[in-house]
Design a protein around this ligand. Structure first.
Ligand SMILES: [Zn+2]
Length: 353
């Protein structure tokens, strides 16, 4: 089964954690044993693992992390540094394209051609993995005019906030709405066709953004607050709003977002498994009354590893097990195909038509 994963921080792993993503996951783990404690967990994601899992389409991020007083080392202290570093992450994706590992998908013809290739020949070693470029947080957007500049460089999706407050608004873990330049940023996104990713927006920013921004909306890696309390998850009212906007919501696999009460580094990893993650898909499908608005947005390389992933996930290739788990809950083959890849593909068909 082809998988579309709507959230991976591949270039961030390649550049900030110096991971050679062309290596198998086992080789990356072995290399990193010498740095124990200084890497974001046991790697689960690399290009060979994506191929093993038939993950032929991804949303891949540029991740410019915002300055945080307690972690200054890889958190940019100026927007100019973040902008420059994102040029580096972009250059990494482009070099992967040149080597034939990835294909950059920036419009509908490119997407359709890539989907046709995957359907004809599958994701064999000669098929590139298709990616759509996204940015998580707007720390590399010094002012709203940069939205068009980034669009012209291939960026198609922007999540305006990440963790904490930013110059444009508030992200996860902070309270408050859009700041002075937030509305201008959103109107500029609308104007140039930059898609809005609501993941990580504070509740106030979520509602304010959807009042201002009129274009297609997604929630790339986002679970359900009614199952796991906390502002990192979507409340039912937010999910209903996203359904109204014909959005797709990607299921995230970070264990603390799957089961309530999970404490990083303390909770036994064996207590959260892929079946628990599927509960979040189920919840959204029940609210929607259909299966068209769920997808996968794993975030499996987003600063954690196997130790903070579902117990039955060794590498990202194990996302294949989601299909079987849905089948055991009597989801039809068509529903499962939609959740594994079809709903995301249809989202981009609507957004880019
Ligand atoms: Zn994230």
């Amino acid at each position: 089964m082809l998988i579309f994963d709507a959230h991976l921080d591949l270039a961030w792993n390649a550049l900030e954690w110096n991971r050679d993503l062309l290596q198998p996951v086992a080789a990356i783990r072995e290399f990193e044993q010498q740095f124990s404690g200084a890497v974001p967990g046991d790697a689960t994601t690399s290009v060979p693992a994506l191929r093993d899992g038939n993950i032929g389409l991804v949303i891949a991020t540029l991740l410019p992390r915002f300055k945080r007083p307690e972690s200054p080392r890889t958190f940019y202290q100026s927007r100019e540094a973040a902008f420059a570093a994102m040029q580096g992450q972009l250059a990494w994706y482009r070099s992967m394209v040149e080597l034939g590992h990835f294909a950059e998908l920036t419009d509908l013809p490119a997407l359709e051609q890539h989907v046709a290739t995957l359907q004809d020949s599958g994701l064999n070693n000669d098929t590139p993995i298709g990616f759509i470029l996204s940015m998580e947080g707007s720390w590399a957007i010094p002012d709203p005019s940069y939205v068009e500049r980034w669009y012209n460089m291939g960026l198609r999706i922007l999540g305006p906030c990440h963790y904490g407050p930013d110059d444009y608004g508030h992200g996860t873990g902070s309270e408050g709405g859009l700041k002075e330049k937030g509305p201008e940023l959103l109107r500029e996104m609308d104007r140039v066709g930059m898609l809005l990713d609501v993941t990580h927006l504070s509740d106030d920013c979520f509602w304010q953004s959807l009042d201002i921004y009129t274009g297609p909306v997604l929630a790339s890696h986002h679970n359900c607050r009614s199952l796991v309390p906390g502002d990192r998850q979507l409340a039912d009212e937010q999910i209903k709003k996203l359904l109204e906007r014909d959005a797709v919501i990607g299921l995230a696999f970070d264990s603390w977002m799957i089961r309530p009460g999970w404490i990083k580094g303390k909770t036994n990893p064996a207590t959260v498994c892929l079946a628990d993650a599927v509960n979040h898909i189920d919840h959204i499908c029940q609210l929607a009354g259909n299966t068209k608005h769920c997808g996968i947005g794993s975030d499996l390389d987003g600063g954690f590893g196997r130790e903070q992933s579902p117990c039955d996930l060794e590498t990202i290739a194990d996302l294949q097990k989601i299909g079987q788990l849905l089948s055991e809950r009597n989801y039809s083959d068509a529903d499962i195909t939609g959740i594994m890849h079809g709903n995301w593909i249809d989202f981009f068909r609507r957004a880019w038509s």
